[in-house]
Ligand binder design. Sequence first.
Ligand code: IPM
Ligand code: MG
Length: 357
Amino acid sequence: MKYNIALLKGDGIGPEIVDSAVAVMKKTAEKFGHSFVFTEYPIGGYAIDNCGEPLPKDTVEGCLASDSVLLGAVGGPKWDELSGDMRPEKALLGIRAALGLYTNLRPAKLYPALKDASPLRSDIVSQGFDIMIVRELTGGIYFGERGYRQGKYGEEAFDTEAYSVMEIERIGRAAFDAAMKRSKRVASIDKANVLETSRLWRKTMHALAAEYPEVEYRDVLVDNAAMQLVRDPKQFDVIVTSNMFGDILSDEASQITGSIGMLASASLGDGKRGMYEPIHGSAPDIAGQDKANPIATILSAAMMLRYSFGLSAEADCIEKAVDSVLENGWRTADIMGSAEGDPLGCTQMTEKVLEAL
Ligand code: IPM
Ligand code: MG
């Protein structure tokens, strides 16, 4: 089969890690007799510098015409002083909205080979954990009305959170469906003791839970969830939550795995097209030095094959190659933990994965 893939390399280490994933996808295509056609489009700071805006129209159109999208990372200190609408991050929100990608899947699993790198105590880590965060991605406070006005104390800024039943229901369904393929547990995270949006969220989730009697469902308040994640992460399987809570909790969940450089993500909508990206950012401090860990992007490519193209054997093959590289002790700098020897660079790590494939 032939698939058209849009590449959004972006900023910082984005180009290096996307190149790694492309090499792995090409090799996989060869092995299984597929053809992946890659087309690059500018995004983020790179697009600001070269096209005068973070998300050019051609980029959106190119992504809409593709079968799926692979993104590196956007942003960096060079563009930090720009105003809200011109920031590289705006491109990320824009492309998520333009492609209708309301479901963000962020798996945070502990790799046994890397558990030394987790900041959690070893008695907690030794029990392992494998969490799937399902974050709502195109609504809530990220996309609500915002601005400046005169308030009680003079000029003030405001952002608003709004959620419709439809938006809560569709992300809820994504979470329950994901749970049915895993250990059938859903924790819905909200702030229903304070926020009206959370009360509607909770009511809508309860109605959905009744449709999935096999799934063990519970509500957790967000502050408690933040605490439980470091106290006893194993209690969670699927977590479903709003855009902003998901943003915050997914960073926490990824950090406790000790290997944020390993974690992939998928953003999905109603169709097959998705956008796949590593969870980590653009790491400007190590950009262009061939030090980045390409594994999160390689695993994001595997997620694309599985979720967008239905190529599970191909995805398994990539994931197994990564596992075997780690089991053989190969490490990039970020996942060295207490390992001995010199870390591999981005190119060397990519070579190891290609060999394992
Ligand atoms: C993420 C990032 C983005 C977000 C930023 C860069 C806009 O933190 O993907 O988690 O907040 O969604
Ligand atoms: Mg974030």
